[in-house]
Design a protein around this ligand. Structure first.
Ligand code: NAP
Length: 250
């Protein structure tokens, strides 16, 4: 993809990976719209950044998605890049007497239904552009699950499969479909302690490596993979699946 001259919507752009990418794209002169449920957080990120706009959006809510898509069409008709990055991740104990199904349902509503609904609603707009791109954040856990996060891991595996079909169906439209699978990164996804977890990749290093991959077009098979996630991504292909699963799930 071209990394300048775009109008980019970043869901979950108020924090973590979404914010880091939004800032880097904005630094390169792109018009960037950051979206999420917490407008106060979004406004703080956009403050002082000319050309960075905010949009209230709950991807798990059909009414909110419809309203946001209508607003985008009016305020930002030039939008040509969608970054599906919003997501939630929660541990689940499937052995508990009262397994909290609501948690599983919320994870699917955000990570799966939210991505499908928003992408579907924006495809008509993207098809009108000659340089349209959809980037979707999955996870290294799409390839080797973290057993303490069963639904979360499965939502990312779902997206990995769905994106291949989307890419194939859109092959004649010119819309580029990229999958970005982060390793464990220092954000607040799993709680505040993750921000400083020494086992997690520093956020700036992750975002910088992603921008280099995008700028150099180093996205084989339409996947945007930093070195640190390769162990998970290639585990099955390289015959290391059982060993990698055991290491991740002691
Ligand atoms: N950090 C990691 O280790 C890691 C690894 C692999 C994949 N990922 C993926 O990377 C993406 C970004 O996560 P992160 O690590 O940067 O964590 P994060 O800082 O918690 O970011 C998640 C973002 O998603 C937004 N969000 C959550 N639910 C939403 C909803 N219903 N509608 C709209 N926005 C919603 C949140 O904003 P609001 O709360 O304001 O809505 C937040 O800005 C996620 O898809 C995650 O699964 C992260």
């Amino acid at each position: 993809m071209q990394t300048t001259g775009n109008t980019i919507l970043v869901t979950g752009g108020g924090s973590g990976i979404g914010r880091a990418l939004a800032e880097r794209f904005h630094d390169r002169g792109n018009q960037v719209i950051i979206a999420g449920r917490r407008l106060d957080v979004l406004n703080r990120v956009a403050a002082g950044r000319d050309g960075m706009a905010t949009l209230e959006l709950d991807v798990a809510d059909a009414g909110s998605v419809n309203a946001a898509v209508a607003e985008l069409g009016q305020r930002f008709p030039a939008m040509n890049v969608l970054i599906n990055n919003a997501g939630i991740s929660r541990p689940e104990d499937l052995t508990a007497a009262a397994w909290d199904f609501d948690l599983a349902e919320a994870t699917i509503a955000t990570n799966v239904t939210g991505v499908l609904r928003l992408t579907g609603a924006l495809l008509a707009m993207l098809r009108q552009k000659s340089n349209a791109v959809v980037i979707t954040t999955t996870s290294g856990l799409a390839y080797v699950p973290l057993a303490s996060h069963p639904t979360y891991s499965a939502t990312k595996a779902f997206l990995h499969s769905w994106l291949q079909s989307l890419r194939h169906q859109l092959r004649d439209t010119g819309i580029e479909i990229l999958e970005m699978s982060p390793p464990y990164v220092q954000t607040e996804l799993g709680g505040p302690q993750q921000l400083t977890d020494p086992y997690a990749m520093p956020l700036d290093a992750y975002a910088d490596e992603i921008m280099t991959l995008l700028e150099t077009g180093d996205t084989p098979d339409s996947e945007v993979l930093v070195q640190r996630v390769m162990g998970y991504r290639m585990a099955e292909r390289e015959g290391r699946y059982a060993e990698t699963f055991a290491q991740g799930n002691p």
